[in-house]
Design a binder for this molecule. Sequence first.
Ligand code: HEM
Length: 137
Amino acid sequence: MTPQEILLVKQSFAKVAPIAETAAALFYNKLFEIAPEVRPLFKGDIKEQGRKLMQTLGIAVASLDRLGDIVPTVQALGRKHGGYGVRDEHYDAVAQALLWTLEQGLGADFTPETKAAWIEVYGILSETMKQAARQAA
Ligand code: HEM
């Protein structure tokens, strides 16, 4: 990722962080609308799950300057997701729901450049997760 992309992701995440709980709720509603088949994979409290998701995204965003450091953690997360029954195609549904949520939260600040930078981050995280899940299977 370029320094400019990293900056855009950090700045935009900082803007949604104060509304993390609302953003997480919007995200899951959208996800279950796009991909109702993934709803049964979530066994726990969805609010708690939203907190974990935002927390993990926060750690990833904070680590963008040294993504290599978090690769083992992301790989382990990917293997766990394989165990939850998450399939490769579900990552596309999550991408759509995530981008839509960012757009809701950021409005005009969700510029095409910011969107492209998020697609880049999500692509790196999701590819690392999917690959680790495949290798474990
Ligand atoms: C960058 C992508 C993703 C991140 C950062 C992420 C993050 C997390 C985190 C932090 C947890 C908490 C439990 C754990 O440590 O394993 C979790 C659980 C879970 N995630 Fe994800 N996730 C991602 C993608 C996905 C996708 C694509 C799906 C597909 C629907 C998914 C479905 C689930 C499910 C079903 C659980 C378990 C929930 C439960 O036990 O109730 N995640 N995720």
